[in-house]
Design a protein around this ligand. Structure first.
Ligand code: SAM
Ligand code: DTB
Ligand code: SF4
Length: 336
């Protein structure tokens, strides 16, 4: 099945505008044709360097300029990071994502993070990092250290970006994504909805993601977590069905990618999450914390998986494999 990279804005908007049932039926058909619809990839996040960020992203509690109560902390020592990775693995996560509140890593930080990546990889986990903008040399260094994925979100439509972030350009994000792909890393790239953008702008975000030179292997769809003290606190809440539509359209545009039901799950009902899984979400963050904000309790997620008959996807089966292999491999692992 060929993947498209030539979507027009009208193509994407037409999907958003479908009747809800038609959109969900189409998205679920695409989902079931490319993935095991009952298998969900599970990652755990750790903030390895928290707060004090010089950027001004209007959604982010870690920007130094907003008074959000997030206490700035230095880069964690490697042993503490490894302890957290071991706990995440024991709790069932197959991928460990390390996040830092940086505009871009300083040279002195690169070797420290490379050592963390190497050590987490040695535990037998997939590795992911999100550290801000990278140069080609930095991306290459992380690849050599054993990094599997680099998370770098486009966050919103190109035409809305300047209303949300003033300290960098949309093009900066695209440039880092080029370096990440050139290094041979997999990309984890998505965005945030519920920031006051229009439906056309949500379509613009997904259109840009799908028209990248490669579809990101992982597409996190975050629902804005409103944090007091950030400029976006108090933004009108997005209609939950519009959030489900966003997941469904992402699934249809990027059929082979993993679509992550990312930030915002703690504020979602079980029913809303179930609709998102039906619409094509097949990846989550597991563990009581995202970076600085809350995530559902581990026990609650386990119970939700059991109620919905969902199973955690074994590592390495998520991307780049054709449908039949994915389904067969998942079934085999699940049966084992
Ligand atoms: N500083 C790096 C960067 O911005 O690329 C990496 C860390 S940053 C916290 C990673 C992502 O977290 C952002 O791109 C954004 O999508 C997400 N994020 C931050 N604050 C959020 C919020 N309040 N609600 C939802 N997602 C958020
Ligand atoms: C992504 O798309 N979402 C995650 C991860 N990538 C790094 C981060 C969500 C952060 C939510 C706000 C917080 O906890 O600080
Ligand atoms: Fe800094 Fe990333 Fe937060 Fe923006 S999203 S303020 S770059 S930590």
């Amino acid at each position: 099945m060929s993947l498209r990279h030539d979507y027009t804005r009208a193509d994407v908007q037409a999907l958003f505008d479908l009747p809800f049932n038609d959109l969900l039926a189409r998205a679920h058909a695409v989902h079931a044709a490319h993935h095991d619809p009952n298998a969900v990839q599970v990652s755990t996040l750790l903030s390895i360097k928290t707060g004090g960020c010089p950027e001004d992203c209007a959604y982010c509690p870690q920007a130094a300029r907003y008074h959000t109560g997030v206490e700035a902390q230095k880069l964690m020592p490697i042993d503490a990071v490894l302890d957290k990775a071991k706990q995440a693995k024991a709790a069932g996560a197959t991928r460990f994502c390390m996040g830092a509140a940086w505009r871009s890593p300083k040279d002195r930080d690169v070797e420290k993070v490379a050592a963390m990546i190497h050590a987490v990889k040695a535990l037998g986990m997939e590795t992911c990092a999100t550290l801000g903008m990278l140069t080609q040399d930095q991306a290459d260094r992380f690849k050599t250290a054993g990094l599997d994925y680099y998370n770098h979100n486009l966050d919103t439509a190109p035409e809305f970006y300047g209303e949300i972030i003033h300290t960098r350009e949309f093009q900066d994000r695209l440039d880092t994504l080029d370096c990440v792909r050139n290094a041979g890393l997999k990309t984890c790239c998505g965005g945030i909805v519920g920031m006051g953008e229009t439906r056309a702008q949500r379509a613009g975000l997904l259109q840009t993601l799908a028209n990248l030179p490669e579809h990101p292997q992982s597409v996190p769809i975050n629902r804005l977590v409103q944090v007091e003290g950030t400029p976006l606190a108090g933004t009108a809440l997005l209609d939950p069905f519009e959030f489900v539509r966003t997941i469904a359209v992402a699934r249809i545009l990027m059929p082979a990618s993993m679509v992550r039901l990312s930030a915002g799950r703690a504020e979602m009902s079980d029913e809303l999450q179930a609709l998102c899984f039906f619409a094509g979400a097949n990846s989550i963050f597991h563990g009581e914390k995202l970076l600085t904000t809350g995530n559902p309790d581990v026990g609650h997620d386990r119970a939700l998986f059991a109620r919905l008959g969902l199973v955690a996807m074994p590592a390495g089966l998520e991307t780049g494999t054709v449908h039949a292999d994915i389904v067969a491999d998942c079934r085999e692992h699940i049966a084992a």
